[in-house]
Design a protein around this ligand. Structure first.
Ligand code: NAD
Length: 475
């Protein structure tokens, strides 16, 4: 195995992940047997089942791949997509292992998919299909709070997670931790505040981390902070919507372009993300949005000039055929695998910085980890200490006022006496996680001559941890 032995052919998604991982395995001088063990998925379950819909039996195919079990449970979303396939599921499961390791979430990696276009079915039909799919996965141990915990992904949401959780509770009524069998549930069903926005929030925190380091910003040929930076985002779904909303509303970035399936919107002065989102929710399209220019060819819009390009839709969007034309200074991978390994080589050669997917979109799994902890401890975060924090805050205000003889201003006093609630704790835990992980990646990037980019650095950080777990376990 050497760094650049792979020919420049078009690769499958899992081959792309392997090429990127191999680079780290070489740098770490991993024993070939161990390197191979980490590379491969440990188990894959393919399931075919039929569901009676409108009086007719309809057949479905789905998968759950288990990439690594060095930590349990294994974690990873389930996507509903008509282009889902086994190779994609295996690649995504591998990315989950690296993702959990890089942000220190003590889970193995897994992923699932059902080959379906969810828009072709009504809610009752989707519930029937989801319940049947979950039953098949539960029967084989591919959904369980202690072994394998799915979450939402492309085409699924809290609604599907609630159905899966209910199915598990029905089939395993004596499991006291049953509610922890999936994450991303509605708050009323054992979910956690801040999970819906978590991946987009993590993308915001990850990009902020990059901009906190002037040396890194300079490497991208930029200067200053996020304020005024021009961003194009592809995909206004859960991740793309939240990331672009927070970056524009809270960090002063300007969203100059939004690319969706049906075209792109352009406004050099900045799009109002919330308004575009509402328009799309009501009409199902971004077409005819009044306050921007509409461009039919969304795909080539990715090549427009901007500071940061955020692909937040699907994999394989930047590749050997368009990477040479990308004009962004930074590609911030909010989606999983949006840049192929060939595309990645071209971007690197051109000095374009890529903030890698399995770090940048790890906010979802990080908050899922918090949700799982809440579920298995059976207590809401902040429940024990919130009141005590508030009492301490009141004491502090009293002491300050007594010592200075002055009243603490209302706004400051309110901040001092406010105890942290679940959302505050989730957000601060996520921010800290993204901060620490970025620092670890950055240290490897800047200190190791063989490490040319952030992606390789992130693979080195994650692979080292996984290898260490396997070695300790004597595997
Ligand atoms: P989503 O289904 O909510 O949104 C995806 C959006 O992308 C949709 O608006 C869709 O119309 C758009 N889209 C699809 N194909 C497109 C194309 N070719 N061009 C432009 N737009 C296109 O999904 P999501 O949950 O936001 O996930 C997006 C990506 O982020 C996926 O790669 C997913 O694996 C990854 N991800 C999601 C989470 C999560 O918590 N949801 C966590 C980690 C990673």
């Amino acid at each position: 195995m050497s760094v650049n032995t792979h020919p420049k052919t078009r690769r499958s998604f899992s081959e792309n992940v392997n090429v990127m991982y191999d680079r780290a395995a070489v740098i770490l001088k991993l024993d070939p047997g161990l390197a191979e063990m980490i590379r491969q998925c440990n188990a894959v379950y393919q399931v075919r089942f039929s569901v009676k819909l409108k009086g007719e039996l309809r057949a479905f195919i789905g998968w759950r791949a288990l990439h690594s079990e060095h930590r349990l449970p294994a974690k990873g979303g389930i996507r509903y997509s008509e282009i889902a396939n086994l190779d994609e599921v295996e690649a995504l499961a591998a990315l989950m292992s690296f993702k959990c390791a890089v942000v220190d979430v003590p889970f193995g990696g897994s992923k699932g998919a059902l080959c379906i276009n969810p828009h072709e079915y009504d809610e009752d039909e989707l519930e029937k299909i989801t319940r049947r799919f979950s039953r098949e996965l539960i029967k084989k141990g591919f959904i369980s709070p202690s072994v394998n915990v799915p979450g939402p992904d492309l085409g699924t949401s809290a609604r599907e997670m609630e159905w899966m959780c209910d199915m598990y509770r029905t089939l395993c009524p004596d499991d006291i931790n049953a509610v922890g069998c999936v994450t991303g549930k509605p708050e009323s069903q054992g979910g956690i505040r801040g999970r819906v926005e978590a991946t987009g929030r993590g993308v915001q925190y990850g990009i902020r981390e990059y901009f906190r380091n002037p040396k890194d910003v300079k490497k991208a040929g930029l200067s200053g902070g996020l304020e005024g930076k021009r961003i194009i985002v592809q995909g206004l779904g859960n991740v793309g919507y939240h990331a672009s909303k927070f970056l524009s509303e809270e960090d002063g970035a300007i969203i100059t372009g939004i690319v969706e399936r049906d075209g792109a919107l352009l406004d050099e002065n900045g799009l109002d993300v919330e308004k575009v989102h509402q328009w799309r929710l009501e009409r199902g399209t971004i077409k005819d949005y009044p306050d921007a220019r509409f461009i039919e060819d969304g795909t080539s819009f990715l090549e427009n000039e901007c500071d940061i390009l955020i692909p937040a839709a699907i994999e394989g969007q930047i590749h050997e055929r368009n990477a040479a034309r990308i004009q962004a200074k930074i590609v911030a991978e909010a989606a999983n695998g949006p840049v192929t390994s060939n595309g990645d080589d071209i971007l690197r050669e051109r000095g374009i910085i890529v903030i890698p997917d399995f770090y940048l979109n790890a906010g979802g799994v990080t908050v899922s980890y918090f949700e799982w902890i809440k579920n298995i401890t059976h207590i809401r975060f902040g429940r024990l200490e919130r009141r005590l924090d508030e009492i301490r805050g009141h004491h502090l205000v009293d002491v300050l006022e007594q010592m200075t003889g002055q009243k603490v201003p209302g706004e400051l006093s309110a901040k001092l006496v406010q105890g942290a609630d679940e959302l505050d704790l989730v957000r601060s835990g996520l921010e800290d996680t993204m901060h620490l992980a970025y620092q670890a990646i950055r240290d490897v990037w800047l200190e190791n001559e063989q490490v040319e980019d952030l992606r390789t650095a992130a693979y080195v950080v994650a692979t080292r941890k996984i290898a260490c777990s396997y070695n300790r376990a004597g595997l």
